[in-house]
Design a protein around this ligand. Structure first.
Ligand code: GAL
Length: 420
């Protein structure tokens, strides 16, 4: 390039800069919609609020109570329809993809590349946080649902041993019943019942069956005798639940186990966050076992911060949120409190308790062994319409509006087929 051309080029650059105008004044605030309103969940969220405050970002909380997030997603739909995009929202897998397909999400790809997310975040999560080659969400954690949470004092009192089969679990529940303790703590809400049924199906039919039925939505699997047997097993569990279970919030069911009013809860490991918030420790106050017959497999869901296409003056705050979420320090500090495991594979388990360490080890093994499956109840098995159809059939069976396992199988096949 001649000297004259260089001078001309630099003159163009100077002129352009003069007309660029002042950089957009940025709003130093993160507006987050979420459903983390229990003790353990709020404690975990505080870790993020404090991290962002250190960087000068205020937190505009948009909490929508209701375990499992259905109410929150209804509120989000209204906000987005009104054009009032939050900086981000807690979302589950297929819901992220729905909003991305609707063109509502921002593009975090530049930040993701700079921060090396593609190397640290498992492919199973990238399937939901990357849409059309763009990063649209920041994975916060990996929860898994195929757990038993057991009160250790009761377990010892009744001479319990870790149940390895579904029949062992029934025998353990019988021992609790004989001791006059509520055997199974359940919240009678559709998402909780379906979250428990995820584990029953995996236990009854095994990994390949779970994948075919609840990830591939294979009709032969859905209408099989194995699915009927799974409903039979769910029917057996119903006999161990207290009469006041209907409508109970999940964390109140967890509190029953914490207080020793009940022996066991089948629940995702967000329940561990409640034990931790109550200063309970694994091995002393409670035990965490994989749901019997599911050891070696992990039924997962991941909380993601779906990042919306916010106005230019809110982009810096969104990038700060994304970076804070995937920072290694946050990924350890948050998940230790939340009960989940990191969304990055390069975070040490140093600060995690025994259940957290087991969760991290199980996820690694399942990820490498092809036994990591998306939870249908928790937004990672199929799109929301199918998941809602599933939850509806399961809750009707648990609350005796569907009388038999055969009828439940027929209803399930029809409901999922109609929702696809
Ligand atoms: C799940 C979510 C968890 C926890 C749970 C109970 O869907 O992934 O983080 O919030 O609901 O509300």
């Amino acid at each position: 390039m001649t000297l004259r051309m260089k001078l001309l080029a630099s003159a163009v650059v100077v002129a352009a800069a003069a007309f660029a105008g002042p950089a957009q004044a940025q709003v130093k605030e993160v507006q987050m919609l979420h459903w983390w309103t229990s003790g353990g969940e709020a404690a975990a969220l505080n870790v993020l609020k404090q991290d962002l405050a250190k960087e000068g970002y205020a937190w505009k909380d948009v909490p929508v109570a209701g375990g499992g997030g259905d109410a929150a997603m209804t509120a989000l739909k209204a906000m987005v329809a009104a054009g009032n995009y939050p900086t981000a929202s807690q979302m589950l897998g297929y819901t992220v993809l729905d909003y991305a397909a609707a063109g509502k999400m921002g593009d975090l790809t530049e930040t993701a590349k700079a921060e090396g997310w593609d190397k640290a975040v498992p492919v199973a999560l990238q399937k939901f946080s990357v849409y059309d080659g763009k990063w649209v969400a920041a994975p916060v954690n990996v929860h898994s649902v195929n757990w038993l949470w057991i009160n250790k004092a009761i377990f010892d009192k009744i001479g319990g041993t870790e149940p390895k089969t579904f029949d062992d679990l029934i025998a353990l529940l019988d021992k609790a019943k004989a001791a006059g303790v509520i055997p199974l703590a359940l919240g009678g809400q559709n998402w909780q019942e379906a979250t428990m049924f995820d584990s029953v199906v995996l236990s009854t039919g095994g990994p390949e069956f779970y994948k075919k039925a609840f990830n591939d939505l294979d009709e032969d699997a859905l209408k099989s005798d194995t699915m009927k047997k799974a409903f039979d097993n769910l029917g057996k569990l119903k006999a161990y639940v207290d009469p006041n279970f209907s409508g109970r919030d999940w964390n109140l069911a967890t509190a029953m186990v914490i207080k020793g009013d009940a022996l066991v809860q089948v629940m995702g490991d967000w329940a561990k966050g409640e034990f931790k918030a109550a200063s309970k420790t694994p091995g002393n106050d409670f035990l965490c076992f994989r749901f019997p017959g599911t050891d070696g497999s992990v039924i997962y869901n991941s909380d993601m911060f779906g990042m919306f296409d916010v106005p230019a003056d809110r982009k810096d705050a969104q990038v700060a949120l994304a970076k804070a979420t995937l920072s290694k320090s946050f990924q350890s500090a948050f998940n230790v409190v939340k009960g989940s495991v990191p969304a990055r594979t390069d975070v040490p388990d140093t600060d995690f308790d025994a259940c957290g360490k087991k969760g991290i080890a199980d996820l690694k093994k399942a990820n490498e062994g092809g036994t990591l499956f998306g939870s249908l109840a928790q937004g990672y098995g199929a799109p929301p319409a199918v998941a809602n159809a599933y939850k509806d059939v399961v809750t009707k069976f648990v609350h005796d509006q569907i009388k038999t396992s055969d009828e439940a199988v027929t209803e399930l096949v029809k409901a999922i087929d109609d929702a696809k």
